[in-house]
Ligand binder design. Sequence first.
Ligand code: UD1
Ligand code: MG
Length: 479
Amino acid sequence: MGWKQAYGVWAKFMTASSLMVVVLAAGMGTRMKSSHAKVMHQVGGKAMLGHVLGLAASLGADECAVVVGPVMDEARELVMSYSGDQPSKDQIPSVQIFEQTERLGTAHAVLAATEALKQRHDGHVLVLYGDTPLLTQAAIDGLVQELEAGASVGVLGFEANDPTGYGRLIRGGDGGLEAIVEEKDATETEKLVTLCNSGVMGFKASSMLELLESVGNDNANGEYYLTDAVQLARGKGLSAVVTVCDEEDVLGVNDRVQLSEAEAIFQRRARESAQRGGATLIDPESVFFAADTIIGRDVVIEPHVYFGPNVSIGDDVTIHGFSHIEGAEIEAGAVIGPFARLRPGARLGEGAKVGNFCEIKNADIGPGAKVNHLTYIGDAEIGAKANIGAGTITCNYDGFFKHKTIIGAESFVGSNSSLIAPVTLGNGCYIGSGSVITDNVPDDALAVTRADKRVMETWAARYRRSQQRKKDALTAKKS
Ligand code: UD1
Ligand code: MG
């Protein structure tokens, strides 16, 4: 961590009070028709739950309690991967998992984390849903500020295009929040309200448990509603406020149609942020990013490029169309594609080139090296300025084990060569086109394994004549 970052974290803790985040993720999501928990489905190549935990981390939460359902091993594993000493964008100092065995409502779900909530006497607790992957820090900042300013309960609301199904936010004459009424319990007049509950709620830690423990289940669903906390707070003379965000920030995902809607919004935002960060996207709509794609300045991305997780791209990189890139580190000035595939562990040095129909996996392509056409480079190290001819294949797999190919700097591999790993080619060596190289080649040497050329004068002409005679004889017989 640089001093600026360290200062940022310190400053945040000096000015803001402590924050705990509770994430509700107990729903299996039957409408997803999946054997994976709903919150594990991905948006931008990252589990929805990961988006929410990442948000909790960037809000500077010092504690996070995640409420899961029974048998959610993948979700549990993901949650624990966020546990770390330093509050930062992907670490939270204290992470705990609680299981809600029976789904008795959102208040009941939060109360599954009672043991953790009991320990919180200061600061605030924010409740987030694990299936709301598009929520941003900017959307939630106002709510956090209201809590900092002394509100006991805060609700993030939005103006719904179609409010059906959402809890309605009922405001009093003073502009404060009076109650949240669920659709099923709402009167006809209440149903006309379009300001809805996003589900995101914040509480002053000191009064939260008492409020939640007094929530009952006397409603149309017979559930313990977290939303009842608003009315209960008002009854005790505590303040409840609403802050408003955009509907798309709080889009909840219940099925795969909504998952693709969330993906589309995520992609639109990622494209805009890449462009605002200095990348040119010739046809933004055909470029797909992952949640963690890092892009430098003056990067040009042509149409139909896909980024899987874990890709970083330096400045001045050009990515030609139809390239598929995941788990790759690309340094400044590199040129990729068209039709290139970079798989996990591909590292391209400054100014390296990987051209059409090339696949690179777990390999370093040195600065200025060129792998321009129809080549597979796997488990390899390619030195600076080496030139790998068209159709070169590193034969890295023997059916059981993977082996390494090392190619020295400024060496030249002739087209259509097979390099049978493990094998090391020295610096500055030449490999004759069409060679099959099974063992090491010293620096500056030429290795060539072609059979000597044999020329038989007039052979082809004689062959053609003889074949034609046979064919003519057969046709004569038939007619
Ligand atoms: C909830 C809100 C509603 C709001 C809407 C926004 C309540 C009572 N209602 O309604 O005001 O407009 O969200 O989308 O809170 N969950 C559990 N355990 C449970 C119940 C729910 O973990 O026992 C989790 C779900 O997995 C989900 C979230 O809590 O992530 C919300 O539950 P859901 O059943 O979708 O609530 P809604 O009826 O949509
Ligand atoms: Mg819902």
